[in-house]
Write a protein of this length. Sequence first.
Length: 319
Amino acid sequence: MKIFIWIILFVCLTPALFAETIVLKSGKKMEGKIIEKTNKYLKIDFYGVPLACYFDEIESINGEPIKVMSYEEMASSATKESQTFLENNSNSALGYNQRGVAYRMQGNHNDAIICFTKAIEINPQYAEAYLNRGLSYASSEFKKNEQAMSDFNKSIELNPKDNFFVYLSRGSLYYDKGNYRQAISDLDHAIEAKPDYDDAQDVAAYYKRGLAYAQESNYGHAISDLNKVIALSPRYVDAYYNLGLINDYKGDLDEAISSYSKGLEIDPNNVPIYHNRAIVYFAKKDYDKSWKDVYKAKSLGDSNPELLEKLKEVSERSN
């Protein structure tokens, strides 16, 4: 049976529950309790000293080779591990928190909230459990944003400094509520506290802050953040899409077209980008290219009858 390493971008990770024997490709062997897992490394408690082991350096765990598991397999594994732990540690806040994370991974936010609440009852100072419960309250299943905000606030109260996930989560919630200045403030804190090991987390924070800056008409900062997103994740199509929108608003039509075109190189069937680029081409009076984008978008299921009529008027074409 193979050992599977959990890989996930935005689940608040909790310490593992059992001691492991880790053999590195260099031949070095270490034994210790896994205290953290990310999408690039795991960290073990090695006689009281936290040591990071990157997955590309690991030969095996407990004599078995590692393998990346699917999200569904990961959720199932997390559920079984937390269940086994709780059978032997029935009053463990850590165990209930980990089980709650497993339920949330499965989309079962109701049972997740029950577990996180139990963890908080056992340990009222458990900042991570408040964060996790807040994430479930903010989920599409519940949309209980006030409860989520309350939990995020409590998590920050308990752990105001090293709390990247909660600042990112609360900043995103502020953004959804239209409070863009507060969103920017929280995302500033998230970026300051961001984990150095994971570019994916950087992408999430810079992208959301870029959108918040754009909503505040601070286009310079918005463009800077979205360019940072692209530097970290060059195939992030939504970053190109939003750069196109911002440059269009600024009146920089050539830059808007450039951004839209780069997005289409990555996703050649992106209907919103064809739709918007057609409008920019129309504004530049490049009607032939506008026609092409209109009909490409139409072939993909989009309809823009207003622009189509305008094109017919100015170009004396019917199709």
